[in-house]
Design a protein around this ligand. Structure first.
Ligand code: MG
Length: 283
């Protein structure tokens, strides 16, 4: 794969990403794939899907975990429903994550992305220790499949994320850095955060946002097209360059209810990133 290969978040039958036909039409080479529904995750479908991707000349860089019952409606609901933090669904989701990892292996994918959720802040609490144990278990299963786990940023400060990674103690645990999430969740400056965690970044989302005018951390900020928000797209890419990141630049624009606008805004993001690549990498 070329350095800074342009990608987009895509979906087959689940999640909010674009359809593969749009990826092909826009000439985009890589995708992060929202995990397909359980019924679709069969060896037969993996073979059909691999052929389709080959025909479209698309490479999957990451399969992102997604579970029934997750909702990003408000920050409070996100905390209660997303990832491995809600105790009631933790064990079942871990089992399902193993199945998704096995399916991703059939697709030849070596990275699994995940919003693990709002990790409890008290490191001495039983709940924190259980989340750490859960992610250890997930990393160990992924290691058997020659895969790494990429934690999505946004729901906690980067210092908390680094502490969590250090507590999990697994060599295949890294970060998928989403600069817009830090603005959306009211965590803070994405560029400073990127410099802090740069050594762990193995995937990125090119996404942009405006901070809430309400209460940070309680009210959502607003997601906007890449390059039009408060991320500072050029500084973001320059900082990625300084940290040595050469992986894919995956555009995330999740407005499936407006497919035409979604396609146009992704196309604009592709143009912007291409210009910045030329400027920064001289390619
Ligand atoms: Mg993201």
């Amino acid at each position: 794969m070329q350095p800074w290969s342009i990608g987009v978040f895509a979906s087959i039958d689940a999640g909010l990403g674009v359809k593969l036909e749009v990826v092909r039409d826009l000439g985009i080479e890589t995708i992060q794939l929202h995990t397909p529904h359980k019924t679709s995750r069969t060896p037969e479908n993996a073979a059909v899907f691999t052929k389709l991707l080959s025909d479209y000349k698309i490479t999957i860089t990451t399969v992102f975990l997604g579970f029934e019952g997750e909702s990003y409606e408000t920050i409070e609901i996100t905390a209660k429903t997303v990832g491995f933090v809600p105790p009631a669904t933790r064990a079942a989701r871990l089992t399902e994550a193993f199945e998704i990892s096995d399916f991703a292996k059939l697709l030849g994918v070596t990275a699994i992305g995940s919003h693990i959720g709002f990790v409890p802040h008290d490191r001495t609490s039983p709940d924190y220790k259980e989340v750490v144990e859960t992610i250890r278990g997930l990393c160990d299963h992924l290691a058997k499949n020659n895969q790494a786990l990429h934690l999505e940023t946004g729901q906690e400060s980067v210092d908390s994320l680094l502490t969590f990674i250090s507590d999990v103690q697994r060599a295949n645990l890294f970060i998928n850095f989403d600069p817009a999430n830090l603005i959306l969740y009211g965590i803070g400056d994405p560029i400073g955060a990127l410099k802090t965690v740069g050594q762990y970044v193995r995937g990125v989302h090119c996404k942009d946002a405006l901070a809430t005018t309400g209460q940070p951390g309680v009210d959502w900020g607003r997601e906007v097209p890449f390059g039009t928000g408060q991320v500072n797209a050029e500084l973001f890419l320059r900082t990625l360059h300084e940290t040595g990141y050469r992986g894919a630049l995956t555009i995330e624009r999740e407005i499936p209810e407006e497919p035409q606008r979604q396609k146009e805004e992704i196309s604009q993001a592709v143009q912007l990133i291409s210009q910045l690549k030329t400027k920064i990498l001289n390619i």
